[in-house]
Design a protein around this ligand. Sequence first.
Ligand code: SF4
Ligand code: SF4
Length: 295
Amino acid sequence: MYLFNIQRFSTHDGPGIRTTVFFKGCPLRCLWCHNPESQRFGPEVMHNPERCVVCGRCVSGCPAQAIRIENGTLYTDPEKCTGCGLCADECLNCAREVAGREYTADQVMDAVGRDKTFYGESGGGVTFSGGECMTAAGELTGLLRRCKERGIHTAVDTCGFCGTEDLARTLPYTDLYLYDIKCIDPALHRELTGADNGVILKNLRFLNENGACIWLRLPLVEGANASEAEIAALLELAGEIRPQRVSLLPYHNTGSFKYQRLNRDVPEFAAPTAERLEEIKTRFQALGLDVKIGA
Ligand code: SF4
Ligand code: SF4
C-alpha cells in the first residue's frame, strides 16, 4: 500500500492522542484540498524552489529525462516523471522530495504499535485517513482487524466515495467513522469535487443504519460550499443521521506551498467569518448535537 505520511501524536483525527496513517490516492478532487500530494496514486515528486540552487545534478540523475533547466529555472515534466526518487537522492540541498512510499502491513503495524501506551492513557488510537483510505479497502480491513486484535481504538476518516460492500467489511473493526460531507447539491458536488455524491450519501445512511459511530466532518469553504442553501441541507442531513459529533472545518490555506512544490495552481478560497461559523454552530447545536469548530 502507498502512504504519504504516518503522523504520530495527532490530536485532530478523533479522540485522544492518535497515530494517523495517510493513504495516498483519492477518487475526489476537492478544489480546496490542503493535501494535494495525497490526491494522485503512487509516488510523486515535490520540488522546493527556495532550496534549489539550479546546480543541475538532478537533471543528469533522472533516468526518465523528466527534468530540464530553462532560463535558470528548473522544470519537471509530470508526464515523464515516474516518481522513482533518484533526483531527491542526487540533490545536496534537499530541494526534492518524494511524496508517497510503499509500506507493508507489518511496517504500518510496527509504527502504530509504538504509541500504544499513549492511546490507552488518552482514549486515543489509530486513524486511517488519506487521500482516501477506502481506496485500499482490503489492506485497510486487514490493518483494522489487527488493531482490534491488539486492543487499539480505530477510526476511519473517509469521504465515503467507495463501494458499500467495502465499507461493510470495515464495520466490525471500526470504532469510529470520521465521515466527510463536502456538499449536498449533486451538481455542485460534481463541480467542486469531480465526483457524484449519490454513493457518499447512500454509504453514510448504510453506516448509520448498521450502528456505526459517526462524526460528521463538514469542510466549510466560502465561495464553494458555505452557502445558506448548503447549510440548510447539511442541517437536515445531520438531523436525520444524528451523529455523535459534528465537526465544522473552516477552510485554511496551510497547504498552499504544496501546490507550488507540485507545480500546480494554488486555489484561492476563504473561510467563513468567525461570526458566521458561530451562527452555523448554534444552528447545529439547536438540533441537540455535539458541535465543534475545528477537527
Ligand atoms: S539537484 Fe537540487 S539544487 Fe540542484 S538543480 Fe536539482 S533540485 Fe536544484
Ligand atoms: S522522481 Fe525519478 S523520474 Fe521523477 S524527476 Fe525525479 S529522478 Fe526523474
